[in-house]
Write a protein of this length. Structure first.
Length: 124
């Protein structure tokens, strides 16, 4: 059985942050959420993550600041930028354009769950 993957979910919008965390947790991922740069830096100093998701609600400058801080603290963690029109982070590892919750889960599972294994669902 594959180890549970850890995701940092950074979103300025409280409702999106909670919803994103809930759907990813239901899909079997361990999710820590942050609302801003300061919170993201705080959790990155205390834990390792398999993926960093930066939501679309931030300004381009804020997205770039968050990505820079994450890359400094956790250089091996890939960044998934969520955006509406075009990416604003310099060289994000992955980009999703305005994904539905199902699209997000499918994409994250393809990134983090080894081929041939099933994700562990925490809830049915």
């Amino acid at each position: 059985m594959p180890a549970t993957k850890h995701i940092l979910n950074v979103s300025i919008a409280d409702n999106l942050r909670r919803t994103r965390a809930m759907v990813l947790e239901e899909a079997g991922f361990n999710v820590t959420s942050a609302a801003n740069l300061r919170e993201a830096e705080h959790v990155c100093r205390r834990a390792a993550f398999d993926l960093i998701i930066i939501g679309q609600g931030f300004s381009g400058d804020d997205k770039r600041r968050i990505a820079s801080a994450v890359r400094t603290l956790l250089p091996a963690a890939p960044i998934l930028e969520l955006c509406r029109i075009s990416p604003e982070i310099n060289s994000p590892d992955h980009v999703l354009y305005d994904p539905s919750p199902d699209d997000l889960v499918d994409f994250v599972q393809r990134l983090l769950v080894p081929k041939g294994s099933k994700p562990v669902k925490l809830k049915d």
